[in-house]
Every structure is written in C-alpha cells, then in structure tokens.
Design a protein around this ligand. Structure first.
Ligand code: ADE
Ligand code: ZN
Length: 324
C-alpha cells in the first residue's frame, strides 16, 4: 500500500453525523435533527458558504476535552487505514473561542490524541491553527496568543473560510509574527477566488503551501512559478466536487498541474461532509482522470515532500511512499 502525508484536513470536518449525535447525547444537547442518517442527507451543498454554515453549526456538540480527543482519535484511526502516516491537521481554534469554549479545552483535548498518535495509530502529527479570513483579525490574534500560551506543540498557522471579499492584507502582520516565532504558514487560496488570491497568499502572506489552489491553473505564469518554486498545492477532489468548485471531476486541473511539474498533493479537507477520506479522494480522482500508477507514486512522494517534516524523516518516508 502506498503511504501518504495528509496536509489539508480540518479536524472539525471529520465530525461524522454519528459522532454529532453521540456527542449531543453525551453533552445533553437537543439537536434540531437528531437522526444521523438524516443529518448525512443534509450534507448536500451548493457553495462554500452553504457548507460553512452547516460545518459551523455542527461544531456546537464539541464541548469537552474528551470530545476533541475522541474526534481526533476517530480521524487518525480512519486516516491510517487509508494509507496516511503523517497528518498535519488544521484546527479552527478561533471558531471554538467565539462560541465560548476555552483554548485549553480544545488544545489539550486534541493534543492528547495527537501526542499519542504515533504509538496508537502509526501516524505522526502536526497541529496548524487556522484563522478565519471572514472574521476580524483581532479574533485571530487572540486565538494565536492563547494557542502559544497553552504550551501545545504548534506546527504552524493557516488561513481558511470564505475567500471572496476578504483580502489577506489584514493578516500580513500576524503571519509575519508566526514566521518570526518559528512556525510554518499555509493559506486557503484559489478555491472560491481566482489566481490573484493565490498570488496574494504567496506575495503578501509568504506561505509555504497553498491549500486548494484549483484556480491557479487559470494563470500560466502562476503555474510556472509554482513548478519552479516547488510550493505545494494541497488539493481536495471530493471537496471541490461537493462545493461545485469543479463539478465534473474529469475536468479537475490536478493531472495538468502534475504534468506541469507542480507539487500537487491529494487530501480530504472535510471528509465527513464530502464523501470520504484520503483513499476515497484518490480513488475518485484516479477514476475520473485516468491517473496511472506512476501518477499515484508521484502524488504519494509529493505528499511527503510537501510536509513540514524534517529532511531526514522525509527521506525515510519517501523510501516507502512510492511502493505499491
Ligand atoms: N474550512 C473548512 N473547510 C474549508 C474549505 N474547504 N474552504 C475554506 N474554509 C474551510
Ligand atoms: Zn480546507
């Protein structure tokens, strides 16, 4: 089995309907829709904002450290079964703070699962705090300060949520500060927005990876820049189909970008909402675009190389990543 690093995964996006129902029961919360099968049926979206509304509403059931530990443990077990040996996991800490959950509850809860993950699941992990670009930057700054103060092992910071109408500029000082603190930086760009949003993330935020980057393919100069610089794109085929970013997967830009020498990777984004984990994403894009074994080997190798692991660890993992 090929092994992969998963580099674009929102832990809140792994909240399966069955876990929504179980956590609601455990925490004494009355759900508007208490049936897991019916909740799953509601996971049909027309756009990113449409999805974000449901994704945010479901997070209400996450209340205790144990809830966050259980959420992460369930993801890590499922991810390992789909070939993941390294997971660099996003957490929307800011969203949890906004609904009155303490930073320690979120970070100690996730930290408990992540720190045991190598032993428990065979998956090494890193934690990336994602800021919400459609919310005031002061909220993001507060979340950053609390994350640092918590003492949790932080790998980096990222930027996500709605893209259109929310420029990156207000986040420039915060990203510079995170970099000065020794953290890695990533940003969602080119999912809703065009190539200019990807340029903005590269030039203003100076990120080390672009999350999605679907519309980077519309700008040949940007494609050449990505290929030359080696800046990876963390693409998510089932998410793109579910959110109508690329309604027909046979037209997904991934194969063209791969052929152009861009370091593209495959990831699951919010697997509980979009129809599957890493294995399902790989199967869907392979079927739709006719990817070859050599393409899949390249995607496996790219994922390890695009991770923020130390060079020696990347070398060790790429030795096994491309094995069928
Ligand atoms: N937050 C969770 N999933 C997201 C996505 N696909 N795009 C932007 N923000 C997100
Ligand atoms: Zn995402």
């Amino acid at each position: 089995m090929r092994t992969f690093a998963e580099l674009h995964l929102h832990i809140e996006g792994t909240l399966e309907p069955e876990l929504v129902v179980a956590l609601a029961e455990r925490n004494g919360i009355r759900l508007p829709e208490p049936d897991a099968a019916r909740l799953r049926e509601l996971n049909r979206f027309t756009s990113l904002p449409d999805f974000l509304a449901r994704y945010t509403a479901n997070q209400d059931v996450l209340r205790t450290e144990q809830d966050f530990t259980d959420l992460a443990d369930a993801y890590l077990a499922r991810a390992r079964a789909s070939g993941v040996v390294r997971a660099e996991i996003f957490c929307d800490l800011q969203a949890h703070l906004a609904r009155g959950i303490a930073a320690e509850t979120v970070l100690n809860g996730l930290g408990a699962a992540l720190s045991r993950s190598e032993a428990d699941h065979g998956v090494s992990t890193g934690l990336i705090i994602t800021f919400l670009r459609d919310q005031p930057v002061e909220q993001a700054e507060d979340a950053y300060v609390l994350a640092l103060a918590s003492g949790v092992d932080l790998l980096g910071v990222g930027l996500c949520s709605a893209e259109i109408g929310f420029p990156a500029a207000p986040f420039v000082p915060l990203f510079a500060r995170a970099r000065a603190d020794g953290l890695q930086t990533v940003a969602h760009a080119g999912e809703e927005g065009g190539p200019e949003v990807v340029w903005e993330a590269l030039r203003q935020l100076r990120v080390g990876r672009i999350d999605h980057g679907v519309h980077a393919a519309d700008d040949p100069e940007l494609v050449a820049h990505l290929a030359e610089s080696g800046i990876p794109l963390t693409m998510c085929p089932l998410s793109n189909r579910a959110l109508q970013v690329v309604p027909d997967l046979s037209r997904h830009p991934l194969p063209g970008l791969l052929a152009a020498g861009v370091r593209v990777t495959v990831n699951s984004d919010d697997p509980a909402y979009f129809g599957g984990y890493l294995d399902a994403n790989l199967a869907a894009i392979t079927d739709a675009c006719g990817l070859t074994d050599a393409d899949l080997d390249a995607l496996a190798r790219n994922s390890i190389e695009a991770s923020f692991l130390p060079a020696a660890e990347k070398l060790r993992l790429t030795g096994t990543a491309a094995q069928a």
